[in-house]
Write a protein that binds this ligand. Structure first.
Ligand code: FVH
Length: 293
């Protein structure tokens, strides 16, 4: 994709992530204006060619596109609410972590101040910024995203999820649910095997193979969820529940925490009691919640 680099961009918030964002724009050749509550954090960026704005308002006025990346949404409202700058005509891309409700509310607030607003979520750590490995999700008006896609592309692999400003935060949170669940499942198995003298490094490749294998089931299971039909082609939920009992028994016998296996089995037992024992594992989606009516 041709990458125009003459578009000026502003970055507000130069924490660990903000400094990486500003650095990526500079590296891509964009005239970059920066501002941070603690000015000294801009020093290296200024040495690399960034312009340090004296106030947040000046930073906002300096570019048609402003990326803001602060600790939380309260900080965003405190800062932008206090800034004397009229936001009209600017496009704000908020890459601060938060909830979908905060994203939608901030979009409404920014709109009233005349700004075009995109919400976003960074699925990467600072060192990855500026490489294709950095996935950055955006939600809000597609036209606003497309207008700035070439510039935003300097940060990594940028994706537009849809017009609902809350989508980026929801995908971010859903992704974190996946990350923590996979890591906790790995820790459960690691704890169990360590009681038999197997160290974490020995088990890790096996765990990776399992995680990769299970990840391969997701598209087929997603089809079952979207169709509402869960034929047991591989294994019935009742069979899984028996193996869950083994995990609880093994964990308790080994003196390993069994809270997670107990939660897993409690949800399966509820679904079996509701008559789904002969269906396939994704039928458990009904224990997690229903789609928007
Ligand atoms: N770091 C990471 O790996 C993750 C990756 C995924 C996305 N997160 C989110 O990015 C936001 C910023 O995270 P961060 O790691 O850059 O955080 P800090 O290094 O602590 O920098 C925080 C910046 O926010 C400024 N700030 C805080 N409160 C205010 C305020 N009331 N007014 C103005 N600025 C404020 C702070 O300024 P200073 O302390 O340097 O003066 C920093 O610039 C975050 O949502 C992550 O969840 C990062």
């Amino acid at each position: 994709m041709n990458h125009r680099t003459d578009t000026s961009v502003t970055v507000i918030g130069l924490g660990l992530m903000g400094r990486a964002l500003a650095g990526a724009f500079l590296k891509a050749g964009h005239p970059t204006t920066v501002w941070n509550r603690t000015p000294a954090k801009a020093d290296r960026l200024v040495a690399e060619g960034a312009r340090q704005a004296p106030t947040a308002g000046d930073a906002l006025r300096a570019s048609p596109l402003t990326i803001i990346c602060l600790t939380d949404y309260q900080a965003v409202h405190e800062l932008l609410g206090a800034s004397e700058a009229a936001l009209d005509g600017t496009t704000l891309v908020n890459l601060t972590s938060g909830t979908s409700a905060q994203a939608r509310e901030t979009a409404r607030w920014a709109g009233k101040r005349g700004a075009r607003y995109l919400d976003g979520a960074i699925m990467a750590v600072p060192p990855a910024i500026g490489t294709d490995e950095a996935v950055i999700l955006h939600s809000g008006p597609q036209a606003d995203f497309e207008a700035h896609r070439p510039t935003l592309g300097a940060l990594g692999t940028v994706t537009h999820l849809g017009a609902d400003h809350g989508l980026a935060s929801l995908y971010d949170t859903a992704g974190l649910a996946m990350m923590w669940s996979v890591l906790n499942a790995w820790l459960q198995g690691t704890a169990l095997l360590r009681t038999a003298g197997v160290d974490a490094a020995t088990y890790a490749p096996f765990a990776q193979q399992i995680a990769t294998g299970v990840a391969g089931w997701l598209p087929g299971y997603a089809e079952q969820i979207d169709s509402g039909s869960f034929p047991a082609e591989v294994s019935a939920l009742e069979t899984d529940a028996r193996a869950m009992a083994h995990l609880i028994e093994e964990s308790e016998a080994a003196g390993v925490n069994a809270e997670l296996p107990r939660l897993i089995k409690a949800m399966a037992d509820r679904s079996i009691a509701a008559g789904h024992g002969a269906e396939q594992y994704p039928v458990l989606i009904e224990e997690f919640g229903r789609p928007r009516g």
